[in-house]
Design a protein around this ligand. Structure first.
Ligand code: N01
Length: 550
């Protein structure tokens, strides 16, 4: 039960035990755990009009999941896990959104979710040992105020859209869209001159679908990218049966692999084989498709020479697929080792460049100078006339969604100030100076290097157990000790440095896609299974590294 009591400010605040920000996988499961397992009063505050998080906002053409459907789901509830049947190997956005709504219905979550509610500020009130939270309503006016003992951010890692600050955008006479804020009723590209900026996972999914209807699609590429065919297809009756009969084993596998997927990384080095044998392994993985390509050898992400063998294979495949030699050269001129940026998987991306209505423009050598009323101009003066611009330009990842909330912790310390030199968390789950705040998939957690639902289930369950333990012991405040957070940051850096990942110097993993953002490797690269053991150990030792007070 929540109560409305007078607060220090003018309007009364709705007081609950816990506030959760965001109604994606994390927020929904966190609500279920706190409300239905611990019997707490809890609210989810969600900016959108529906559940789904990433899958509510990302409705761009071709949007589908890069994790295989049978591993992209919540597994904590046997009936939920066993009752949902996916239709395709890689489900499309509408199907995933249906699944998210099914979760909300099944656990009757909507009654405790405030939709159309954007959190504008969260402040720690040391006198009352609780958070006060301000919101804005859908029209941007002052919304309901809340107070809660526990604040849990479930805002996702990739939810703060990055539209590059290109001069002249406001003068553009056509329409422009960011893929992460796509109109719900879709966009009609028929006969239009479309310019797409960005060739990351999103852009690579969008190109072949936009090309089907656009009059002409011009793809502006700054960094060429590897991509592996998804080989998406409807699930066969045999595969569906395999899933039905093996769910516990599949779950166990997902929880034991470093990346949370339902496939193991082969325990062999790329150097253990002759070039012909290795070629056969890569050719088979290419035919099979999907992120498993990364799992062909255990040393692809730690040994540059091993990585080169995969990179060479993939670049060769691009040159074999794309007919125009100059386009093929630009698409295969990749400047970073394979999988040091998140590797996309695609449905006929490279093939799309063989269509007469698709062309590629290299904006590395000739950057976009400005947007004009009729299109865009490059530094060389070359002009491109466009009716529609699609920004597939990514996100202010991991820290962006948290810093946008306006969080102020103990002694007036803002999160922006605490993270001026880069994010500092303990386990990716808590921040020194911010009592009773938990950050699901925060910076310093495996999150984006893992199949997300697997990471999310672990985080939410750990947070739930921690809150339950604190309530049982009568602890009213818990926060990471500063030295524990420093130690974790050093461990996160060491884990990244043990891999080739930092070699992609311009990746969003490092914050390098956002001008002025500190260059810090943000996700934890030590593997999900190892991370799980560390978190379990911290809990077993009475939440070691946290400062607790009654
Ligand atoms: O974003 P990105 P994304 N001028 O940052 C380019 C997840 N995801 O939305 O590389 C010109 O990867 C930029 O160029 P560069 C997945 O984790 C998951 O594609 O910075 N170009 C790059 O090409 C993924 O990694 C799924 O040189 C500019 C592109 O825009 C993450 O989301 C599906 C530019 C941005 O690529 C983000 O992927 C899709 C400029 N000013 C995504 N600014 C599923 O599994 C940026 N770019 C469902």
């Amino acid at each position: 039960m929540s109560t409305a009591v007078p607060d220090r400010a003018e309007s009364p605040a709705t007081v609950v035990d816990a506030l959760i920000i965001g109604a994606g996988f994390s927020g929904m499961y966190q609500l279920h755990c706190l409300r239905d397992r611990l019997g707490m009063s809890a609210r989810v505050l969600e900016q959108g009009d529906g559940v789904g998080g990433t899958w509510y906002w990302n409705r761009y053409p071709g949007a589908r999941c890069d994790s295989e459907s049978h591993s992209y789901c919540l597994t904590f509830d046997k009936d939920l896990y066993e009752s949902w049947e996916w239709s395709e190997r890689y489900p499309e956005q509408p199907e995933i959104l249906r699944y998210m709504n099914h979760v909300a219905d099944r656990f009757d979550l909507r009654r405790d979710i405030r939709f159309g509610t954007r959190v504008t500020a969260a402040r720690w009130d040391a006198r009352a040992d609780r958070w006060t939270v301000e919101t804005a309503d859908a029209e941007g006016g002052a919304g309901e105020r809340f107070a809660a003992t526990w604040l849990i951010t479930a805002v996702g890692c990739l939810s703060s859209a990055n539209v590059p600050k290109l001069p002249g955008l406001e003068s553009f006479a056509g329409d422009w869209y960011h893929t992460g804020q796509w109109p719900h009723d879709g966009v009609d590209f028929s006969g239009k001159r479309v310019g797409q900026i960005g060739t990351g996972s999103t852009g690579i999914q969008a190109v072949p679908v936009i090309a089907e209807t656009a009059g002409h699609l011009t793809v502006f590429q700054r960094t060429a990218n590897y991509s592996i065919p998804a080989r998406n297809a409807p699930l066969t009756p045999e595969f569906k049966r395999y899933i039905r009969e093996n769910r516990p084993a599949i779950r166990e596998l997902m929880q034991s692999t470093p990346n949370g997927h339902a496939f193991a990384i082969a325990d062999r080095s790329a150097h253990d084989m002759t070039p012909d044998e290795r070629e056969a392994v890569y050719a088979a993985a290419w035919e099979k498709g999907g992120l498993q390509f990364r799992a062909t050898f255990r040393d692809l992400l730690v040994d540059k020479a091993a990585n080169d063998t995969a990179a060479d294979f993939l670049k060769r495949k691009i040159r074999e697929t794309v007919k125009d030699p100059e386009t093929a050269r630009l698409l295969s001129d990749i400047d970073h080792p394979f999988a040091t940026k998140r590797p996309p998987i695609d449905s006929h991306y490279f093939e799309a460049f063989n269509r007469p209505n698709v062309s590629l423009v290299d904006v590395r050598s000739d950057p976009i100078e400005r947007i004009t009323p009729t299109g865009l101009t490059l530094r060389s003066g070359a002009e491109h006339a466009l009716d529609v611009i699609v920004f597939a330009t990514g996100f202010d990842a991991m820290t962006g969604p948290l810093l946008n909330i306006g969080i102020t912790g103990r002694d007036g310390l803002t999160l922006k100030e605490a993270w001026r030199e880069g994010p500092k968390t303990y386990l990716g789950l808590g921040v020194a100076g911010f009592p009773n705040l938990f950050t699901v998939t925060g910076p310093g957690s495996p999150s984006v290097l893992c199949n997300m639902p697997v990471a999310i289930e672990q985080h939410v369950e750990w947070i739930t157990d921690c809150i339950a333990a604190m309530r049982e012991k009568g602890v009213s405040r818990i926060e990471p000790a500063a030295e524990a957070a420093e130690g974790w940051v050093a461990h996160v850096n060491a884990a990244a440095d043990a891999t080739l990942l930092p070699m992609a110097g311009h990746s969003w993993y490092l914050g390098a896609n956002i001008p002025g953002k500190p260059r810090v490797f943000m996700p934890y690269a030590g593997g999900m299974a190892h991370y799980r053991r560390i978190c379990d150990d911290v809990a077993a030792k009475g939440y070691e590294g946290f400062v607790k007070s009654a």
